[in-house]
Design a binder for this molecule. Structure first.
Ligand code: ARG
Length: 401
C-alpha cells in the first residue's frame, strides 16, 4: 500500500508546492489538513480546493476556532502569559491545536507521517514535532523546507513548471503567522533591528497616532473567563474578536521585540494582538482585587514559567499540566467587571467591581469609617525588620574588627 503523509496546509505557496514536492521525494500520497484558528483570509473551502488542485489525494479542513479560543487562548489569558514580558504566545498556542487535528487526520486517513512547512531555524518546528511525538508517538515527521531542500526559489520554479493553481508573483517580503489571538510578522527589512516597522506591516491595528474618540468598554469575567462585553453575553471567541475590532481601531496591542528563540537565536518580531492585550490587561486588574496577595505573587512566577514552557513547545508536558492546575485553582474568585478606556494605543483600566473582591473599603479608607488599627503597625514593623536589623548589626561589627 502506498504510504500516506498528512501535511499541515496553510494555502500559501510553500505548503502548496510541498504537496507535490513531498510526493516526488517520497512516493507517498499527501493529505492536506487546514485548521481554522481564526486566521481570517480565504475561505477554508477555497483552500481545500487549492490543495486538491495541487495534487493532494484528500484535503481536510477543521474548524477549530472555538476550540482554539476556549482551550488555548483562555488558559493563556488565565496565566496572563507574556513570554519575556511582552509576547502573548500567538503562534506558540496555535501549534498544539493544529497538532491535535493533524494527528486525528493521520489516524482517519491511515497516514504514517506528519509534515509541516517550518524552516529549521524557528520555534514552530519544535512545537509541531514535540506535539506530534507526544500525541502520536508512532508517527514520523518531515519538514520539506528543512529536510527536502524546498527553498523559496525552487518553490516558485516548481509551481510554475507544474502550473499549480497558486500565485507565484505576489512578493511579500515578510513571514506572517496569524490567528484570532494575534499576528506575528518577521524577516525582510525588520531584520535590521534599528529599522522601525513601516505602516504596511500592520493589519489588526490602526495607527495609534490618529485614534478615533476614546472607546470605553466593560468586560465581565467569571472564574477568569470573559463572559460579557458591555453587558452582552459572549463566548471567548466572540470576546476576542470584538476586542480585536475595538482595541485594534485604537492601535492597542502593537509589540516590537527581539526575543530569545528556543534554538538559540535572538530574533526580531512585530506582533499585534489588540484583543489579547486588552483582555490580559483587564484580567490582571480583576485578579488584583480578587486574588490574595501571596497567591498573586506566586502566580506571577507560575505564569512566567508557563509562558516559557508553552513558547518552548511543551504544551503537552507534565509540568505545564501541573501549572495549569495551580492557575485554575487561582481563578475561582476571578469574577466581576472591569471598565477600561481604549485610546491612543493604550487600554487603561479605570473601574473594577466584584462580588468576590478582597478590596475592603473600611480597611483602605483614610476618611471616616476606617477600621484599620494603626497602633498595630508599629510592633509589626519592629518584628518585620528584625532579621535584617540583626544582620546589619553583625555587618557593622565585622567591618569594625
Ligand atoms: N516568534 C514567534 C514564535 O516563535 C512567532 C513565529 C511566527 N512566525 C512568523 N512567521 N512570524 O512564537
Amino acid at each position: 500500500m502506498t504510504e500516506r503523509i498528512v501535511l499541515a496546509y496553510s494555502g500559501g505557496l510553500d505548503t502548496s508546492v510541498a504537496i507535490g514536492w513531498i510526493g516526488e521525494a517520497t512516493g507517498a500520497e499527501v493529505i492536506a489538513v487546514a485548521v481554522d484558528v481564526g486566521q481570517g483570509g480565504e475561505s477554508l473551502e477555497t483552500i481545500r480546493q487549492r490543495a486538491l488542485g495541487c495534487g493532494a489525494v484528500e484535503a481536510y479542513v477543521a474548524d477549530a476556532s472555538d476550540e482554539f479560543a476556549n482551550e488555548y487562548c483562555v488558559p493563556t489569558l488565565k496565566a496572563n502569559a507574556l513570554y519575556q514580558g511582552h509576547y502573548p504566545l500567538v503562534s506558540a498556542i496555535s501549534r498544539p491545536v493544529i497538532v491535535k487535528h493533524l494527528v486525528k487526520a493521520a489516524r482517519e486517513f491511515g497516514a504514517t507521517t506528519v509534515a509541516h512547512g517550518c524552516t529549521g531555524k524557528g520555534n514552530d518546528q519544535v512545537r509541531f514535532e514535540v506535539g506530534i511525538q507526544t500525541l502520536g508517538p508512532d508517527l514520523k515527521c518531515i519538514a520539506p523546507v528543512r529536510d527536502l531542500a524546498l527553498t523559496r526559489d525552487k518553490a516558485i520554479a516548481f509551481a510554475e513548471e507544474k502550473g499549480l493553481p497558486i500565485e507565484t508573483t505576489k512578493k511579500n517580503p515578510y513571514s506572517i503567522d496569524q490567528n484570532v489571538w494575534g499576528r506575528a510578522v518577521e524577516t525582510g527589512y525588520l531584520e535590521d533591528i534599528w529599522n522601525a516597522p513601516t505602516k504596511d506591516i500592520y493589519d489588526y491595528t490602526a495607527t495609534p497616532e490618529f485614534p478615533p474618540a476614546p472607546d470605553e468598554v466593560t468586560i465581565s469575567f467569571e472564574a477568569g473567563v470573559p463572559v460579557a462585553i458591555d453587558g452582552i453575553k459572549v463566548t471567548p471567541l466572540q470576546a476576542i474578536k470584538e476586542l480585536n475590532r475595538r482595541a485594534g481601531a485604537q492601535g492597542v496591542g502593537r509589540i516590537d521585540v527581539v526575543e530569545d528563540r528556543l534554538v538559540g537565536i535572538k530574533s526580531r518580531e512585530i506582533y499585534e494582538a489588540p484583543g489579547a492585550m486588552a483582555l490580559i490587561t483587564a484580567h490582571k486588574h480583576l485578579e488584583d482585587i480578587t486574588v490574595e496577595r501571596e497567591q498573586a505573587r506566586f502566580k506571577a512566577t507560575v505564569g512566567q514559567r508557563w509562558a516559557e514552557l508553552v513558547y518552548d513547545g511543551q504544551w503537552f508536558s507534565p509540568l505545564k499540566r501541573s501549572l495549569d492546575a495551580f492557575i485554575e485553582d487561582t481563578q475561582k474568585y476571578v469574577s466581576g467587571d472591569i471598565r477600561m478606556t481604549l485610546h491612543g494605543g493604550q487600554a487603561i483600566v479605570n473601574g473594577r467591581r466584584s462580588d468576590t473582591s478582597l478590596y475592603d473599603f473600611s480597611l483602605a479608607t483614610y476618611d471616616t469609617g476606617d477600621t484599620f488599627d494603626q497602633s498595630q503597625a508599629k510592633g509589626f514593623i519592629e518584628l518585620w525588620g528584625m532579621s535584617a536589623k540583626v544582620a546589619s548589626g553583625r555587618d557593622i561589627r565585622v567591618a569594625g574588627q
